[in-house]
Design a protein around this ligand. Structure first.
Ligand SMILES: C[S@@+](CC[C@H](N)C(=O)[O-])C[C@H]1O[C@@H](n2cnc3c(N)ncnc32)[C@H](O)[C@@H]1O
Length: 259
């Protein structure tokens, strides 16, 4: 898995597509309600901030807020949208700009961590752990390996409607996904620990990491996180052992172990 995802995140069309998303997802509503008292007024680090979807909600929790992204197109967009708020162009794989234990809450929302190759994901987890203070909280979402693979050719990718213009557009989008999928699906990887899949994200232009809940919990624990809590796509707290074949992605909340 190379950095082709990064090229996509530097594309103006992707920036525009993310800029259209302004609401919290259900699991984030659940998570933010759970952590709000603990992180109120504390330093918050919003990694892979994209076009700043989470920024106003996190700034409601604390004005001590910093957003970063490795795509300067994204950070430039955020800076224009929220003048006076701090944003930086930084790659989560190496966040040497930030001190050990600098933040009370670190978040990498909406599966941004799934964009990098598997070994780089481990580097990101290490960095997130490092910049958190002992006892600090880390939240992120990641794709769910239990959700069956769906190719671009699957008719369920079409958003059927009786409106003729919208239906024409839906068909255009459906067929536009075929070429990138034919190109990218050769790069799929299936291992016992994780999958790398070319999925419907940005119409089959991206490759994403998928992992099971038990393996994700183990991965977090191996980096020194504990008290791992899990929220499904519908926003309900769930357990690692509970099967879930419907959530395309799942949120995790973990605490950095106190020494
Ligand atoms: C799916 S978008 C989500 C954007 C935003 N967080 C949201 O929830 O709407 C993932 C974001 O993560 C960023 N990203 C991916 N890998 C990154 C890395 N290694 N370091 C920093 N940002 C990264 C991408 O540029 C992109 O803006």
């Amino acid at each position: 898995m190379s950095d082709t995802n990064k090229e996509m995140y530097l594309d103006d069309r992707i920036v525009t597509s993310y800029a259209g998303k302004t609401k919290l997802f259900e699991p984030e509503v659940t998570l933010f309600a759970a952590i709000k008292e603990e992180v109120a007024g504390q330093p918050i680090f919003d990694i892979g901030v994209g076009t700043g979807r989470t920024t106003p909600f996190l700034r409601e929790l604390s004005q001590d807020y910093l957003g970063c992204d490795y795509s300067e197109k994204m950070t430039r967009y955020c800076q224009q949208l929220y003048p006076g708020v701090k944003f930086a162009t930084v790659d989560a794989r190496n966040m040497k700009e930030y001190r050990d234990g600098q933040f009370a809450f670190v978040i990498f929302s909406f599966n941004g961590i799934d964009s990098v190759p598997p070994e780089d994901r481990l580097a990101i987890l290490k960095e997130c752990h490092r910049v958190l203070r002992p006892g600090g909280l880390f939240a992120f979402s990641t794709h769910n390996i239990e959700k069956p693979v769906r190719s671009a050719f699957h008719l369920s990718n079409i958003e059927f409607t009786l409106h003729p213009l919208r239906m024409a557009r839906a068909l255009q989008i459906y067929f536009a996904g075929w070429a990138p999928h034919l190109r990218n699906r050769k790069r799929d990887v299936f291992t016992a620990e994780y999958n790398i899949r070319n999925d419907s994200g940005e119409n089959f232009t991206l490759m994403h990491y998928y992992i099971s809940k038990p393996n994700q919990v183990r991965q977090l624990q191996s980096f020194g996180f504990e008290d791992v809590r899990i929220v499904d796509r519908q926003g309900a707290w769930t357990e690692a052992a509970t099967p879930d074949t419907t959530s395309s992605w799942i949120y995790y909340l973990a605490r950095k172990r106190r020494a």
